[in-house]
Each structure stands twice: as C-alpha cells, then as structure tokens.
Design a protein. Structure first.
Length: 662
C-alpha cells in the first residue's frame, strides 16, 4: 500500500500532461523535463531556427560558465589540524580532511600540484536521491539544501528527488565540473583518475571528462559486475562503471614503463605449490613432475583461477612451461628456414614442420643449448619452444570483472562490529586499481571518501606490495540521522566513521604484525575560515575597528592552526616533518629540516630579541638547509617596532634574509 504524497492532493497538472504528450512525439525536444522550443520548432519544419555558428560538439548545460568560474575562484579557507583525531601525528605521511571537497582541493593546489599519482572518487550517482556538496564551505548543510531547492526557508523538506525540479543532470554537472577541473591540476604528468559511476550519469561523465582531461587521454571504462539485485520490473542493473583517464597519455606512453597496467594472473601461486609438491615427490624426474602437474589441473573445478592456465603443463629445472609451436607463421612466405635439428636422446634429425622453422638456425642452436626447446619422446615429433609461467605471470587487466558488492558491506560490518555505513566500496577492487598505476612513494587521493574504503585499500596495497604509497582522503562531515545504528554508537558524521575505520584497520594490522614498519597513521584536518581576519571597518566606529584589528589573527586559533595555514599558503607538504624547540621560553618550529622557521608566540619583548634570534641562528647552522630559509613571526607579538626591526636586522646580518611577520 503506497503512502499518500503531497502530489496526490493536487489538481491535474495540465502543463505536465501536455509535456508528456510532446515527449511521446518529440523526445528530442524535451530536456530535463522542460521543452526546448528551438528544437521543437526545428522538428516541426521551421528552418529559420538553423544557425550552424551556434552548433558546437560538446556537453553544454545551464550554469556551466558559473561552474567554471567557481573552479577558478581561490579559496580563502584553511585546514585546521586535529591532533586529537589523528594517529601517529608526528611520523605519518597520510592525511584525512573533513570538509567540502572543492574547497579542500583548492587548498591542496600549492603543496600538491602535479604530485598526485592516482585519484579515485566515488561521487554521487545521481539516482534521484539528494547529494550534499556545497560550493561554499561556509554554507552549512541547511543553507545548501535551500540552495538546491530541497528545503524551504523554514527548513521544511520539499523533495527527496532532485529530478523533481527538472534540473537533475544540471545540478550534478554543476557539482562535478569544478571539482574535476581543480583535481586535474593535482595529477602528476603520469597520473591517472578512476571515477566510479552508475547508469544515470555515465554518458554525461564521459563527455565531461573528455572536456576536462582531453578525449585523447581516455584509457578505458571498467564494467564492475556486482551481482544480481532482482529489484527491477524489467532489467536488473547488476553493474556499475569505473571511468579511467590519464593526465597526459602521450608523456606516459613515451616513458614505456612495462610494469604499468599489469596484474598478476590469479592462481599462479597454486600452480607453483603443485610444482613444489611434485619436485618433493619425484625430484628431478621432470616427466613424472609434469604428470603430477597435469593431475593437479584435472582435479580443479572449472571456476578455479588456475584452471585457465592448465596449458602450462610441463616442468623442468627452470619452472613450469607450455610447449609453443616453432613452425613458421602462415604468412604466405615460402622460403622459411629449413635445417636439421638433432633429437637430444636419439641423436637423429627431428621432423621439420611443413612451413619451416620460426627461427633462423643460430637462434635455434642457442635455444637448444639453453634447454628452452621442448622435444618429444623421439625424432618423429616436431619440437616446441618453452614459454615459462614465471616470465608471463602478468597480464593486462580485463575491462569487465565480477566482484560481489555485498562482500564489502560484510567486511566493514565485521571491522566496525555493527553496520554503520551503506554500500561501501570493495577494498580489494580499489587495491587492485591502485596497484595498476601506483609505485613506491607515490601519493593517492580520494576526495569523495565516504567510509574510508580507499584509505584502507592503500594500506592493503602497501602491505601486499611492501610499498609506501601515501593517501589523502577528503569527506564532507555530513551529519548522520539521529537514532541510526551509527548515531547510537557515537558517530555524528560520515567523517567520524571514516577516521574510526582507518584507525581500526591500523590497529588490526599492528595486532597481526607488531613489528610492522608500515605507516598506519594519519593527520586529521578540518576545513575552516582562514586564521587571518579580513579588514572590515565599521563606518560608525572606525577607531574601534582599528583597535580590534591590531592583531589580524582570529581569536581562539592556536599556534598550530596558524602554522599549518602558513604551510598551506607556502606550498609545503602538510606531512612535512616539524620539530619544535623552546628558545627563550618560546616554542619555535622548524619545518622541512630548516627550510622554514616559525615563532608564533603572542609576545616578544625587546629584551628577548637577541637570545631568540641567536637561538634560531644556532639551530639553522646545525641543520644546514640546502635552500634559502624563511622565518615567520606573529606581527602583533613584538613589543614595538624597535623589537621587530632589531629581530630582522640580526637574522639578515647572519644570512637569513627572508624574515616576515603574520
């Protein structure tokens, strides 16, 4: 029994009925529930609407210019450190950021431009449910819901379906476009972006990415079969897509890295285990070892991953191999090499293939000497080449793969002890994607982090590959609904779930391997307004405004808050090592082993200048940084202009010429 909705109490919508009739006759003229009258006129034979100058190939929608401008508008925000939410703050290289991802991406531009090797995102699929991603981080969620016409001015919900306003695709495109634009700037020249998406927006996303990343940089579309849902009256949509683009495929391809875009064949370790069992049983009797291997294949089920490699059915001292035809290719060439090859046991010439040999005689002699030619029991059999499994363990990934989506939910529930998040992404799938393109020391980014699946996938990749890939994850702190399981467990936002998940993953890995040297921590940050106050005078009280702005740093912000905004605006990695010492009883920070010093104390008296300056100089001499050093002080901290001038003079006279105040 369906519930009565607001629409049921309305009179008949005549306009909507007319549009439905037009849609049946002229579907091309209906765009997002509204009539495109120019297209309709053309379909009715009005040639006057033709103007080829206005027709250009590409994706266009209302608000595109504004969305492009949003991407170009700098952020005035900052990222406040949250050490209490972090793990291994002093040593970790990983970052977890709470806040709107567009503003966060803008803030990451300076420190991470052209440095991100792999981006993975799982944005809203736009299936008709709300997506909450404001384009101004100052706007709270209520403001954003009003902006997208989902609630009225009094906070009452208007609709749970963004399509009802006729702007389903438009709103989604306006949300995605600036984020992809800014994200592209973060990718390294050999970087890739993977985007999960469903049926509703795959067409638009492909065109959007062609524009942002370039059609020539399209790599592939993976089709992920997640299992039958049985929730449709017509066709059960059991798949989703993962769209892949490179930053610059021309530059990547020219490098010719043979390890890129290869995955290890499933089942090979089982084959090697069978080989070792055969060797243990029969020693170097390779005929019997080979028969043991063939029996192993016969005992496998058809869906066992090793079954597809059963042509690797022979073994010798070099490993498992299959026998490859050595006759010349059927290319019409008549003068293929024909020469004698002696059987190693009978000493008689073997049968020459009808098309001649594939190799010239010197190559054949070399291969025989290296025991890379497979001979039959006598000279009547045509010999074959040996193609070893160990030399062919890797293959290009298939564009279509199966992985039951329910497994991810079960794994997360087991980790968190309760079901706290719906439809998490599968960690194994994400780790596989990462391993296709990422290398040791690279940085990976997910700015639609959700429950933190991607962060866990990076940790799994590092564990399996003994690698040190870093991650940055960004998630809007979207409030959880009161009374849900997650709420009752103490979580208040999706970001809370994500960081607790990452924390639990680290704890489980440490418990399993107490001696691990993997980076299992993260530095947590929160998007906020800048620590710097904007000059906004009160025309009725100019004197009061001037006095209030003597210290243009906001009240309530800590030295660490100011320090990390300084790093952001200077383009310094947020995971850069920071050492703090007390000099003249004031905390002084050294960032990047002496590249930058910061003393953000609220008070520097004239009598303290000499000792403070000398302490910084001594530390600078000890570190011997290779580049110019910058030193920052809090402007309002100095007792007077004399103290400030003396500090700058002492440092500059001793070689530190970049001295500034905040």
């Amino acid at each position: 029994m369906e519930k009565v909705t607001l629409e049921d109490g309305q009179s008949a919508d005549i306009v909507a009925g007319n549009i439905e009739k037009l849609m049946e006759l002229f579907p091309d003229a209906i765009k997002e529930g509204a009539v495109d009258f120019e297209v309709l006129r053309q379909l009715l034979g009005d040639a006057s609407v033709l103007n080829e100058d206005d027709e250009k190939y590409g994706l266009s929608w209302h608000g595109k210019k504004a969305a492009r401008q949003i991407a170009l508008t700098p952020s005035t925000g900052t990222l406040l450190p949250r050490e209490d939410q972090s793990v291994d703050w002093d040593t970790t290289q990983n970052l977890a950021i709470a806040g709107d991802n567009l503003e966060a991406l803008k803030l990451l531009q300076k420190p991470y431009a052209n440095k991100i090797k792999v981006i993975y995102i799982d944005p809203p699929y736009n299936t008709g449910k709300e997506f909450i991603y404001p384009d101004k981080f100052r706007d709270n969620l209520q403001t954003y819901l009003r902006y997208t016409s989902q609630i009225d001015g009094e906070g009452m919900k208007l609709s749970s379906n963004t399509e009802a306003g006729g702007r389903k695709h438009t709103n989604w495109l306006n949300m995605m476009y600036p984020r992809l634009r800014v994200a592209r700037n973060l990718l390294s020249s050999d970087g890739y972006i993977f985007i999960s998406i469903g049926e509703d927006e795959i067409g638009n996303l492909r065109k959007l990415c062609d524009e942002v990343f370039g059609e020539e940089n399209f790599v592939a579309t993976f089709i992920w079969d997640g299992g039958r849902k049985n929730d449709s009256k017509k066709v059960s949509i059991s798949h989703e897509y993962i769209l892949v683009y490179g930053r610059s495929l021309g530059a990547i391809d020219s490098e010719g890295d043979p390890t890129l875009w290869r995955e290890r064949k499933a089942g090979v370790d089982d084959i090697y285990a069978a080989l070792e069992a055969g060797k243990k049983k029969f020693g170097d009797d390779w005929s019997k070892v080979s028969k043991h291997l063939q029996e192993f294949y016969r005992g496998l089920s058809h869906d066992h991953p090793a079954k597809s490699h059963e042509h690797y059915r022979f073994a010798d001292e070099n490993g498992v191999y299959f026998a490859s035809d050595l006759s010349g290719p059927d290319d019409g060439r008549k003068n293929r090499p024909r020469y004698e090859v002696l059987h190693p046991v009978t000493g008689k010439p073997v049968t020459i293939p009808s098309r001649g040999w594939r190799w010239e005689e010197p190559r054949m002699r070399s291969e025989v000497a290296a025991n890379r030619v497979h001979f039959g029991p006598d000279e009547s059999s045509i010999p074959n080449g040996k193609v070893y499994l160990r030399e062919n363990e890797w293959q290009a990934p298939s564009s279509v793969f199966y992985k039951d989506r329910r497994a991810a939910s079960g794994a997360l529930k087991k980790l968190m002890s309760e079901k706290v998040f719906d439809f998490p992404k599968d960690v194994n799938v994400l780790a596989k994607l990462v391993s296709l393109v990422a290398r040791d020391g690279d940085i990976a980014l997910d700015f639609f982090s959700g429950s933190g699946s991607f962060a866990e996938a990076v940790l799994r990749h590092n564990e399996e590959k003994n690698a040190s890939l870093r991650y940055i994850v960004v998630q809007l702190p979207e409030p959880l609904e009161e009374g849900t399981r997650a709420w009752n467990l103490g979580y208040r936002t999706i970001f809370d779930i994500a960081v607790d998940r990452i924390r639990k993953v680290g704890e489980s890995k440490r418990e399993a391997n107490p001696d691990t040297d993997q980076d299992l921590g993260f530095r947590a940050f929160e998007l906020a307004d800048s620590n710097l106050q904007v000059w906004s005078p009160d025309r009725l009280d100019i004197e009061g405004s001037l006095l209030a702005s003597q210290d243009h740093l906001k009240e309530g912000r800590s030295q660490n808050d100011i320090l990390f905004e300084l790093l952001l605006k200077r383009g310094i990695d947020l995971a850069t090592p920071i050492e703090t010492r007390a000099i003249s009883e004031k905390p002084v920070h050294s960032i990047g082993f002496g590249v930058l010093f910061a003393c953000l104390s609220g008070s520097v008296k004239r009598s303290e200048v000499d000792s403070l300056a000398q302490g910084i100089l001594d530390w600078h001499k000890e570190l011997e940084p290779e580049t110019d050093t910058h030193v920052f002080f809090r402007d309002s901290a100095f007792e007077d202009d004399i103290a400030k001038t003396n500090m700058a003079a002492i440092l500059e006279q001793n070689g530190i010429t970049h001295v500034r105040s905040l």
